[in-house]
Design a protein around this ligand. Sequence first.
Ligand SMILES: Cc1cc2nc3c(=O)[nH]c(=O)nc-3n(C[C@H](O)[C@H](O)[C@H](O)COP(=O)(O)OP(=O)(O)OC[C@H]3O[C@@H](n4cnc5c(N)ncnc54)[C@H](O)[C@@H]3O)c2cc1C
Length: 397
Amino acid sequence: MGDNDSTVDDLVDDLLASHDPRSTDAITFRGAQYDRGLAWVNFPEGFGGLGLGPQLQRRIETRLREAGTPPPQAMLFFNLFLAGPTMVTHGSDELRKRALRPMFTGEDVWCQLFSEPGSGSDLAGLSTRAVRDGDEWVVNGQKVWNTLAHLANRGMLVARTDPELPKHKGLTYFMVDMHAPGVEVRPLRQITGEAEFNEVYLTDVRVPDADRIGDTGDGWRVSMTTLMNERTTIGAGTGGPKRGGGSIAEAVYTWKHTNDHSAARRDQLMKLWCDAEVLRLTNLRASQKARAGNPGPEGSIAKLAFANLNKSVYEWCIDTLGAAGIVDYDYTFRRPSEALLDGAPGSARKLFLRSRANSIEGGTSEIMRNILGERMLGLPGEPRVDRDLPWSQVPRS
Ligand SMILES: Cc1cc2nc3c(=O)[nH]c(=O)nc-3n(C[C@H](O)[C@H](O)[C@H](O)COP(=O)(O)OP(=O)(O)OC[C@H]3O[C@@H](n4cnc5c(N)ncnc54)[C@H](O)[C@@H]3O)c2cc1C
């Protein structure tokens, strides 16, 4: 056991001794966890971390779960894996002090305000404008596909602050108050029947300059921190490090609860099992090698593989269920409080529908292939004719 392991173990012992996880409310417990540097262990001291290797976080989480601490609510996905790393990397000290603790405890709930009707894959082409007015910015525009924005009180917003610069250079990143006047959140219903995501209209929304994350004009670089973390986290996938966890668990459940045990079906299941195991071990190896700092384009490997695997597994489940796979699903409109990529055993009907989005959310599989081709394999880039033009001169429909 290394020095860092015992440092972390001592702090976990101290946390558990002073806060019984079974009787302490989640916000108080998580606040105490943050104050001991056990929130994001790789973050700097004073900001929820200890400046240690990120692989130690698993050690902390395992010990806390064993002691009866419930896992964080699923709706904190954006807080923990996207907003946290972005804030700690690019936020001012004042903003980090203000925002990180409630982000970790769950007193704040964050959403991601990136995509727009005309800008998804081409995020850098976005149109939402932020205009400086004294110590504030005035924001106007429309965002779309914003997961759980109806529950959020904080948004990660990218807006155009200089239309006369080329598209990647005129962007700025803000923390926006989702309850500020002028923010309107409208549900968007998905193929599952649920409205897990939203469109968000911003009309003369005033954002203090103190809530800017990163320098003015540096929004593209800040966004990349968010997106690389998002892809790596999605790619690390459901089931985490547990063998047989995530979507493949549903396939095994389906196998056990159907009568179609033909050799062909078994063969397909075994192939999927091997694919799932290869992805799990690849992710495990990547996480053990991870160093402090943000992930790079290699996160696209896991994201792409995860999307392919999940879709194949749930397609197999529905095929195997036969007629039962297409009946008895409740399409009633509902507003979920989480956006889960897996579910309780027997959820194959819902998860088959939900998995269609896996190759779109967090960047499409085509974009992942472009990133891997260009940035990992060094292949020639696709032609980009608007790259150096002022954004205001780029033709738009
Ligand atoms: C379930 C779900 C949740 C989401 N949550 C959020 C969220 O919380 N916040 C947020 O901001 N966004 C969110 N999104 C939006 C998501 O990031 C975008 O949908 C995605 O980036 C694709 O953008 P688009 O929908 O505009 O499609 P487009 O960019 O219009 O793409 C359409 C098609 O063209 C292909 N394509 C586009 N450009 C290229 C290219 N250069 N080379 C090859 N093919 C290309 C794409 O791969 C795709 O098949 C979510 C999406 C989904 C499905």
